[in-house]
Design a protein around this ligand. Structure first.
Ligand code: NAD
Ligand code: ZN
Length: 229
């Protein structure tokens, strides 16, 4: 399974292309790129601190819960790969029995790491850094940064994802516009391997033609009955 921002929309976390290319009033180039970090780390942390505060308040919806229920049924036969950085899949119970069944390919909102890659590992972090002077520092002295894959950076867990797609018989994609690569290509690889490819979301994604079936509907309203969980 591959999920995108749409699966969290009914939990009150806005998607980002839905409006006008802005994510919560910001151009993604200003807050979601390595260049933005170099230019203005204070603004980047102001943005991610607001995302942390919103995600902290958010509850998983029926879509998240249906995907967790499917995982309880399929066990290790299921991998949930999400482009979302929020923790609503975890809050719904995904990965509860085995955290390796959930891959956050674009990183995690509640994890931070050293911005100088000094070798210290990423760490759980629920703190807010709403201005530059309050940003925490790594033991090496560098600023800490969000453990988020920004545009132009390498997604996480790709070896594992390719391996799983190789073996997949069904790929279910939910709530992603098909505009962000490499995730938008997963459906091509799955098809090449002969998998059935299904999409669920309120509008057809950009790569709709690649799916065996497109089911138009909101994740929370559609998934429980569609998956029969
Ligand atoms: P996107 O914003 O580009 O597209 C959202 C998609 O969700 C659209 O296709 C839309 O039709 C669909 N959608 C809207 N409401 C829905 C609903 N109720 N049920 C199902 N689908 C619905 O999202 P993307 O393709 O995931 O790319 C966005 C990028 O921005 C990702 O890389 C992600 O990391 C990041 N992002 C993350 C979050 C989050 O973690 N919650 C939120 C916004 C953006
Ligand atoms: Zn460091």
């Amino acid at each position: 399974m591959l999920t995108g921002a749409g699966v969290s929309a009914e939990s009150g976390l806005p998607t980002f292309r839905a409006s006008d290319g802005l994510w919560e009033g910001h151009r993604v180039e200003d807050v979601c790129t390595p260049e933005a970090w170099e230019r203005n780390p204070g603004l980047v942390w102001e943005f991610y601190s607001a995302r942390r505060a919103a995600a902290e308040r958010a509850e998983p919806n029926a879509g998240h819960r249906a995907l967790a229920a499917l995982e309880r049924r399929l066990g290790d036969r299921l991998l949930l790969c999400t482009q979302n950085v929020d923790d609503l899949h975890e809050k719904a119970g995904s990965g509860a029995d085995d955290p390796s069944r959930l891959v956050h390919m674009h990183g995690e909102l509640f994890v931070s790491r050293c911005s100088a890659d000094c070798g210290r590992p990423p760490f759980l972090d629920h703190a807010l850094y709403p201005e530059f002077s309050r940003i925490a520092r790594c033991a090496c002295g560098a600023l800490v940064r969000p453990h988020i894959v920004w545009f132009g950076e390498m997604p996480l867990g790709m070896d594992r994802i390719y391996e799983e797609i190789d073996q997949a018989t069904v790929m279910l994609v939910v709530g992603t516009s098909g505009a962000v690569y490499p995730a938008a290509n997963f459906v091509d690889w799955a098809r090449r391997k002969g998998a059935r490819t299904l999409y669920v979301g309120p509008e057809a994604p950009l790569n709709a033609g690649k799916f065996s079936e497109v089911v138009l509907g909101k994740a929370g309203e559609t998934l429980p009955s569609y998956l029969g969980v």
